[in-house]
Design a protein around this ligand. Structure first.
Ligand code: AMP
Ligand code: MG
Length: 338
């Protein structure tokens, strides 16, 4: 493990997004968007080659993912009914497996993140996910898909975007360790111990906050999985380990060099009884989830899946100071933007 320099936060070294003309005509933005275009092309290439069907996700619905930590949902008036913009398409991913066993979306998400996240260099109020779901897959199966996908994307970008990466000051040797072998893997419990060793008082029963995640990330030179998060901080759809109640069969993929979380995923709950119990535990009214629970009651497939933040992945690959640089029309929490 090497000690690398932490990337600056937007608050430290970088002003917020400029206006749309300055942003879109900037050679930096143009290089970043070309890299991002290769990322989505590589994702489609890899997943289509592996039997996945790309579907287009809905952007509104009567209910959306309740699992987004601390973010508010956006209401819209749908002919007199209160609908939501998607904070994530997770419920539709599970439903989509009724059509195909392997699906993905490149999905827009809207989350009114807390105002204080506008200076984390990691949070946008509108972003995209490469959203993948596989029927009858275990967590180990889906970890391999995530690792294969990210490795393929990086192989293609470093192979085709040498000039752009050089212009952006990103040394492609940053990915040598990543391409040389499997990603690392540790449990949430081991991550907490590692953080203790770094002098950070991580509660082993709580979510790892942004600061701690950045600390951990800076200790690594290739991406690594953190598995088995404690229940409570994640949505009801992350499957609880039947042998270890209170622990979820989920994971995050953390980028090295201080860039932090790229992706969250999990084995899913799919049984009606379990999903009802999990929704009730969160204090929510199951009636809200009517269409979804009707499907679940009649039977949905077991599955595992994940969502990779596209702007976060672009930031890591292009070596950017801030995630907003990887979006053509960046919306920072609380900042009036086009
Ligand atoms: P989540 O379901 O909250 O883990 O979100 C899935 C992925 O989307 C995360 O792993 C991040 O890469 C990305 N993501 C989540 N929230 C944001 C945000 N506010 N801005 C940019 N990317 C985000
Ligand atoms: Mg997450």
């Amino acid at each position: 493990m090497t000690q690398t320099q932490l990337p600056a936060t937007a608050g430290e070294s970088l002003a917020g997004p400029p206006g749309p003309r300055a942003h879109l005509t900037s050679p930096v933005t143009q290089a970043v968007l070309r890299v991002q275009n290769q990322i989505t092309a590589a994702a489609r290439e890899y997943l289509s080659g592996d039997g996945f069907v790309e579907m287009l996700p809905p952007i509104i619905g009567p209910v959306t993912d309740p699992g987004a930590r601390g973010a508010k949902q956006v209401d819209i008036d749908f002919y007199g009914h209160r609908y939501k913009l998607m904070t994530s398409a997770i419920l539709y991913k599970q439903a989509s497996l009724l059509a195909f066993n392997r699906i993905f979306y490149i999905a827009p998400n809207v989350r009114l993140e807390p105002l204080e996240t506008s200076s984390t260099a990691r949070h946008l109020a509108e972003f995209h996910q490469i959203d993948v779901e596989v029927a009858h897959a275990s967590r180990d199966d889906i970890l391999l898909v995530a690792q294969g996908l990210v490795s393929h994307i990086i192989r293609r970008v470093t192979g085709t975007m040498a000039a752009e990466l050089a212009f952006l000051g990103r040394d492609p040797r940053a990915f040598d360790a990543l391409l040389a072998g499997p990603f690392g893997r540790m449990t949430h419990h081991e991550a907490a111990e590692s953080l203790h060793g770094l002098g950070h008082d991580q509660d082993p029963h709580a979510e790892i906050d942004w600061y701690a995640e950045r600390l951990l990330s800076a200790q690594h030179e290739r991406p690594f999985f953190v598995t088995d998060y404690p229940k409570g901080s994640r949505g009801f759809y992350d499957r609880e380990n039947p042998d270890r109640p209170g622990t979820l069969m989920n994971f995050d993929l953390i980028a090295p060099e201080g860039y932090g979380e790229l992706c969250s995923g999990s084995e899913r709950e799919f049984e009606y009884r379990r999903i009802m119990a999990r929704i009730r535990e969160t204090g929510e009214n199951p009636a809200k989830y009517g269409w979804y629970l009707d499907l679940v009651r009649e039977g949905i497939k077991s599955s595992s899946g994940f969502g990779i933040g596209l702007e976060r992945l672009t930031r890591y690959i292009a070596g950017l100071d801030a995630t907003w640089q990887a979006n053509a029309y960046p919306k920072l929490p609380g900042v009036v933007s086009p």
